[in-house]
Design a binder for this molecule. Structure first.
Ligand SMILES: [Zn+2]
Length: 263
């Protein structure tokens, strides 16, 4: 808003200098304004640090973004970078498994943690942008996405967001692996009765040390990528990509062409 206010002020000042019924070009150079305030105090619209924390090209419109934090909307088209940034993180986990730098059980913990964190961010946006009762807001804020089945029910029943819809055959596997994450995190990798009961794992007995495989870790990452794509699609079913951002390039090109044709 400070940026827009500055722009409007500068435009108005420029317009005030033009004589009625005359033509004159006014240049509003925001870069020059930014450069001229290299010393303190800077204009309000000029960010304190030149480069923010996460730079990304939008997966939908390819616009360049430079944002604080990690998850963000594309400034041009409004698409969220959650899926793209998580896919990169998951690929890094895959690479570390293959290079022997991460054990399969650590990879499972990390992958589920990525899923939890990206899902919570979508949930934060839902509770921030969708009007809702306080009780639902509280439920959303407290939702842990480690508990995949519970989270699935909440998202599906309230928002029609169906994260497990592409998972028909893999649901038992995903449930088991998310339960394993708990065992690795809290039980030293030793199968508990709760794990066997809720995770439906018939290959281990209570007290057995679970031996995680690379194959399982890779399969889990594939499943998480698929769930994430459903989450992303359904989230943007509620908050679609901005028409303006998507067509911006076309519009500018058309406007330019139209102007040249005028006598
Ligand atoms: Zn975009």
């Amino acid at each position: 808003m400070a940026y827009i206010a500055y722009y409007i002020d500068t435009l108005n000042e420029g317009l005030a200098t033009i004589e009625p019924n005359s033509k004159q070009e006014i240049v509003i150079d925001m870069d020059a304004v930014a450069d001229s305030v290299a010393t303190e105090p800077r204009s309000d619209f000029y960010p304190a640090s030149v480069t923010q924390q996460t730079q990304f090209a939008c997966a939908k419109c390819d616009a360049f973004n430079d944002v604080r934090g990690r998850y963000a909307y594309c400034a041009n088209c409004g698409w969220r970078n959650n899926r793209a940034t998580t896919e990169v993180a998951l690929q890094r986990i895959r690479d570390n498994i293959n290079a022997g730098q991460t054990t399969p059980s650590d990879a499972v913990k990390q992958a589920v943690s990525e899923f939890d964190s990206v899902s919570r961010n979508y949930a934060d946006e839902l509770q921030r942008r969708v009007p809702m009762k306080a009780s639902l807001r509280k439920e959303l804020q407290g939702q842990l996405f480690h508990s995949i089945e519970q989270a699935d029910i909440l998202l599906r029943e309230v928002f029609r967001i169906d994260i497990l819809r592409k998972m028909d055959n893999d649901r038992p596997f995903v449930k088991k692996m998310f339960m394993r994450r708990h065992v690795y995190e809290h039980d030293g990798g030793v199968a508990t009765q709760r794990y066997i009961h809720e995770g439906g794992d018939t290959d281990v007995r209570e007290g057995d040390l679970i031996r995680e495989t690379k194959e399982n870790a890779h399969n889990l990452i594939s499943c998480i990528n698929r769930m994430l794509s459903s989450f992303d699609d359904d989230f943007h079913g509620i908050f679609p990509q901005h028409e303006y951002g998507r067509n911006l390039t076309d519009q500018v090109a058309k406007r330019g062409a139209g102007r040249e044709k005028r006598p």
